[in-house]
Design a binder for this molecule. Structure first.
Ligand code: SAM
Length: 338
């Protein structure tokens, strides 16, 4: 752990992450159909490509979420009368978080921020930049998985907390796992805490498919980086250019499903796993689900996980939502933040 008066960084257990990459790649590439979990998108290269995605004209999610946060950050900050602990799951570059950090600093003068991210390079770079830009901010960064963040949330019972989960990252979990995860979050929260969730909405196929398969091929590069990461970290011999990228909206399931597809029959050696992976021509690797929600589904999610939906804010084009979940006690309504 690196530490100074305003900054600490709990470093990633890189051996554990490599073991987890190795075991998931072995399990996923020997399964039918083949799959690789999307959390492995985010190494240093992947996090940089994700920042490019956020700038794409087709990727409306980031702009819509920024618009909502710009309009409502003050409102969120004013709900707390005392300095709070701001926790963020999957913080990435923390760019949009700045809107909340600034509002909270204006309201309380000081703020403690706990960003949690599986990508240490993105986490360190953004934490150091934030410390430089905001002199009254303290940053306690955790390079690790969401679960590491959840443990931290459970430990801090003193200050009121605001937990952020932005970028519609919630959509990467299937609906059942989301319910379990959000219930788990609720278990570590007190009645005056709040959970702020960025959730993308169900909408027409065309807008969704172009957001997840952009015309300049940046998202394709983001997906191919998974194979290149296996080459770098596990001695893989993928030629990533022999895989096409494809994203399609499953309207009934309300999810965008992404795949890499082998252009030809081929066998790929992964040296460190002592594994030869065989691909038929057109065989796919599932890389990501991005579940979308209707306002009714968001309300139902809040209710079944121990929350009330205190606010449901939309961008001006009604494409995206930011939701304030307030814990309810088993017998009653939420209480206002500290
Ligand atoms: C879709 S990006 C969103 C980034 C940022 N919050 C935003 O809204 O632009 C997801 C972020 O979560 C991180 N992440 C993904 N899976 C994770 C996991 N299981 N545990 C911790 N962080 C994770 C990634 O490294 C990435 O920074």
């Amino acid at each position: 752990m690196f530490q100074s008066a305003r900054f600490s960084l709990i470093e990633l257990d890189t051996d554990r992450l490599l073991e987890s990459l190795a075991s998931e790649v072995r399990a996923g590439l020997t399964a039918i159909p083949k799959r690789i979990p999307c959390r492995f998108f985010y190494d240093e290269v992947g996090s940089q490509i994700f920042e490019e995605i956020c700038e794409l004209p087709e990727y409306y999610l980031t702009r819509a979420e920024s618009e909502i946060l710009r309009d409502h950050a003050e409102d969120v900050a004013r709900r707390y009368s005392l300095p709070i602990l701001l926790v963020e799951l999957g913080s990435g570059s923390s760019t949009k978080t700045r809107l909340l950090i600034e509002a909270l600093l204006r309201e309380h003068g000081a703020l403690s921020y706990v960003p949690v991210d599986i990508s240490p390079s993105a986490l360190e770079a953004s934490a150091l930049q934030l410390l430089d830009d905001y002199k009254r901010l303290e940053v306690r960064a955790i390079a690790g998985e969401y679960q590491d963040g959840l443990r931290r949330i459970r430990r801090d019972t003193q200050r009121p907390k605001l937990i952020l989960w932005l970028g519609s990252s919630i959509g990467n979990l299937d609906r059942q796992s989301t319910e379990r995860f959000v219930s788990n979050l609720r278990g570590g929260m007190n009645l005056q805490d709040r959970l702020l969730l960025g959730i993308d909405l169900r909408k027409d196929r065309e807008m969704l498919e172009s957001a997840y398969d952009d015309s300049s091929g940046v998202t394709a590069r983001f997906n191919r980086n998974l194979l290149e990461r296996i080459n770098r970290e596990l001695g893989g011999q993928f030629d990533s250019e022999t895989f096409d990228f494809h994203a399609a909206y499953d309207e009934v399931g309300g999810r965008v499903v992404s795949h890499l597809r082998s252009r030809r029959e081929q066998t790929v050696r992964i040296e460190d796993l002592d594994l030869d992976v065989e691909f038929a021509a057109s065989e796919t690797i599932h890389t990501e689900n991005a579940f979308k929600y209707s306002p009714t589904e968001i309300d139902a999610l809040a209710r079944c996980t121990g929350f009330a939906l205190e606010e449901h804010w939309l961008d001006t084009q009604n494409r995206y939502s930011v939701n304030l979940f307030a814990p309810i006690s088993p017998i009653g309504a939420p209480i206002s933040p500290g």
